[in-house]
Structures are given as C-alpha cells and as structure tokens.
Design a protein around this ligand. Structure first.
Ligand SMILES: Nc1ncnc2c1ncn2[C@@H]1O[C@H](COP(=O)(O)OP(=O)(O)OP(=O)(O)O)[C@@H](O)[C@H]1O
Ligand SMILES: [Mg+2]
Length: 247
C-alpha cells in the first residue's frame, strides 16, 4: 500500500505520537500515543464511537485527513488491513480478490499460497457470494497476508462470526502471527478476545489511550486463568461495564 508517512528506525513497526483527529467541531482523537513493536500483538478496546477505526484508518493511510492532521503517524514497512466485513469484490473470484493489486511476478501463485495458509485453497475459484461468513473472513485475511505485511491492522474481523467460527479464527490468526510475525493491531469489542490473543491491551477513551495492560502469559491461554480474570475485571471497569455476577 502506498504511504506518505515517514519511515522509522529501531524496533517499532509503528508509532503514533500526539495524534489528533477532528470531524467538524468534534475532536475524536486528542493526542493519542501508541507504539507497536515489530512482531508485537496489540489489541485496542474502546466504546463504540471512541475512535478505534479512525485510529486504524490513520495507520493504514486510508484516512483523508486534512493537511496538518496527518502528523504523528509513522509506520516502517508494509501495511495490510482486514475489516469487519470482508469487502470482497463480488465480480471477481476468490483467488482474483486475494491477488488484486499485487505486483509480484505471479500474483495467482502468491494468492494460492495465502489461501492455503488460511485453509481456503479449495474455494479459490469460487465467487465471493457463495462463501460462508467465516470463509469470506478467511479470504479477507488471505488478501491481507499475501502482502506480507510488517503491520497487520484488523478492525473487528471476527465480530460478525458465530462463537465456534470465532474460536477457529483466533487459532488461525495466532498461527499466522507466529509463522510470519507481523506487528498486529486488533480492534475488538471483546475483552476476552483481546486477553486471549494480545501481548498488550490498550483502551481508547476520551480521545486518548486511557489504559494499557501487558498480558504476559504464554499461549494458548485459558480464559479462566487467574491473571486473565484480574485483567478482565480491570478492563471491564475501565470500559465502564459491570461484570456479571458482581453488582
Ligand atoms: N468521516 C467521518 N466524518 C464524520 N465523523 C466521523 C467520520 N469517521 C468517524 N466519525 C465519527 O468519529 C467517531 C469515532 O468513529 P470510529 O468509527 O473511529 O469509532 P469506533 O471506536 O471504531 O466505533 P465502533 O466500535 O462502533 O466501530 C464517531 O462518532 C464517528 O461518527
Ligand atoms: Mg469501528
């Protein structure tokens, strides 16, 4: 993806420094500071409307911010994004969707490699509208992966999936992350998802990063691990949610 952001040196794949974004007279992001390490898995939580997608779009270079509001974002390397809805072009087959815009010598072969990695190679010749929700999300992940990103941005990619498919997708993302080690920024509403997957969990509130927790447990993790239970309570309280059973 073409980017007009300054390159970084060192161990960070992305830094956001004092980044602000306004829409009209509303300030959505108000001096956000975030660093994503090379190969680090970061989850971003926050209430609906808190500006998570706005931050992600800015990192992806997809935000047509007015001049003067693009300062403070620096990414070192290739960026790829997967969104909540898979956004596949319905008039192109799955393989062509994954290969779209690739400048490698053999885009079809690269697409097939990525489709194999996400377990979707048998649907490479299918039309997007014939895919299940989970399959479409795998295709979307393959399209991101085929770009070999240094930074993978995931905006609630699992939220529309049923619980079982979501668990399978969690395993897949962890597996792909361990194999390729991109830095990941995963936007999610799901505190458990953040705690099961990420090295570090951030909470966006009031236009800034209001809270940060380092998880520090090996994977695969169990959601009833005492440390995760503690972190979950803290995060839910930060998000203004009273956990069930504690009133
Ligand atoms: N292009 C835009 N023009 C005007 N307002 C916008 C624009 N993009 C986002 N906003 C506003 O900025 C705020 C933050 O939006 P954003 O999509 O970043 O929230 P979010 O944290 O991703 O929410 P959700 O969890 O519901 O996806 C919202 O109030 C939204 O209406
Ligand atoms: Mg959003």
């Amino acid at each position: 993806m073409a980017r007009d952001v300054p390159a970084l040196t060192g161990e960070a794949v992305a830094t956001v420094t004092g980044f602000s974004r306004r829409f009209g007279d509303r300030t959505v992001l108000d001096g956000v500071d975030v660093t994503i390490g090379r190969g680090e898995f970061v989850a971003l939580l926050g209430r609906s409307g808190s500006g998570k997608s706005t931050l992600l779009r800015a990192l992806a270079g997809l935000d047509p911010a007015p001049a003067g509001e693009r300062d403070g974002i620096a990414v070192d390397g290739t960026v790829a994004v997967a969104f909540q809805e898979p956004r596949l072009l319905p008039w192109k087959r799955v393989r062509a969707n994954v290969a779209l815009g690739l400048r490698t010598p053999d885009p079809g072969a690269a697409a097939d490699g990525a489709l194999t990695e996400v377990g979707l190679i048998d649907r490479a010749g299918a039309w997007p509208l014939t895919l299940s929700g989970g399959e479409a999300q795998r295709a979307s992940l393959a399209r991101a992966l085929v770009r070999r990103p240094d930074l993978l941005l995931l905006d609630e990619p699992f939220s529309a999936l049923d619980a079982l498919t979501r668990i399978t997708m969690h395993r897949l993302v962890l597996d792909l992350w361990e194999r390729h080690r991109p830095g990941i920024l995963l936007v999610t509403h799901d505190v458990d998802e953040a705690l099961l997957l990420a090295d570090r969990v951030l909470v966006l509130d009031g236009g800034r990063i209001a809270h940060e927790s380092r998880v520090g447990l090996d994977r695969p993790r169990h959601r009833d691990h005492p440390h995760l239970l503690d972190l979950r309570s803290t995060l839910l309280a930060t998000l203004g949610v009273t956990p069930e059973g504690t009133a």
